[in-house]
Ligand binder design. Structure first.
Ligand code: SAM
Length: 268
């Protein structure tokens, strides 16, 4: 059986985004150019492997977990069940941090997960010296591996938010868990059944992490140090308010879909 025949077999009665995922799966596993699929004869092992992957896609498993990798800001990021799949919105967060901070800085990526933010910042700017932290030892082990794959030097620390972190930083960047109880119940199965709850749930209101970060981050920020937070689609105003006790020059920034997605502020 050729790659093209198997592709048609899987997609003939399907619609929409699963077809796109099956195409990406074939591109990753067989060949990027689908015009070549007519002439590629698949072994039995390849057919079995592709069949198993398509079955997982049908169960709602995200393609990145099936392939074990995701692309993020020109970096290849390994992912597994211990880490959130990096999102395109978060690439915009990295873009802001890089563009707005052209000098030498000590930077902390708090709640690093796969390490995607720390790695993207480190790889795409000469200016940053990166530390990255997470509470989850398994996520940290994926992040360490990703730093190696991308050939960047990052100091990793296991910490419940800033509890074990003594150093002072010029910039703290974070994409903490922010789904509220209702959003956890209504999120797509591909998220709630496969992505780690520890990476998603931000407490009853979704804002628990922002409250704790706003209280504790000043101790680890240099005078006039900056904080950049990614927030849920409807949380920007609330997070700006939460930050206002200890921070000044609070700015809300949009993601590539025009949604208010980031809050930037300066330590008072
Ligand atoms: C939304 S994910 C973000 C991962 C990654 N930075 C990204 O943008 O894709 C949040 C991360 O926070 C971590 N986390 C949850 N509770 C934490 C805590 N109390 N202290 C530190 N990290 C925590 C989770 O393990 C998860 O890796």
């Amino acid at each position: 059986m050729t790659a093209n025949e198997l592709f048609l077999h899987f997609t003939s009665k399907k619609e929409g985004h699963i077809i796109k995922d099956i195409k990406w799966l074939f591109q990753a596993k067989i060949d990027k150019e689908f015009l070549k699929w007519h002439s590629i004869e698949l072994s039995k092992t390849q057919q079995d492997d592709l069949t198993k992957c398509v079955q997982l896609l049908q169960l709602g498993k995200p393609l990145a977990y099936i392939l074990g990798t995701a692309e993020f800001f020109n970096c290849l990021i390994k992912v597994n069940e211990n880490v959130l799949i990096p999102r395109p919105e978060t690439e915009t967060l990295c873009e802001y941090v890089i563009k707005e901070n052209p000098r030498q800085y000590e930077v902390l990526d708090l709640c690093t997960g796969s390490g995607c933010i720390a790695i993207a910042l480190s790889k795409n700017s000469q200016n940053f010296k990166l530390t990255a932290s997470d509470i989850d030892i398994n996520a940290l082990s994926v992040a360490r591996e990703n730093a190696k794959i991308n050939n960047v030097n990052i100091e990793f620390v296991q910490s419940d938010l800033l509890e074990n972190i003594d150093k002072t930083f010029d910039i703290i960047v974070s994409n903490p868990p922010y789904l509220n109880k209702l959003e956890m119940e209504s999120a797509p199965k591909s998220v709630t059944d496969f992505e780690p709850k520890l990476a998603l749930f931000g407490g009853e209101s979704g804002l628990d992490f922002y409250v704790k970060i706003a209280e504790t981050a000043p101790k680890n920020l240099a005078e006039n140090g900056l904080i950049y937070l990614e927030v849920g689609g409807k949380q920007a105003e609330d997070v700006a308010q939460i930050l206002s006790n200890n921070f000044k020059n609070i700015e809300i920034k949009k993601d590539l879909f025009g949604i208010e997605r980031f809050v930037k502020a300066r330590r008072k």
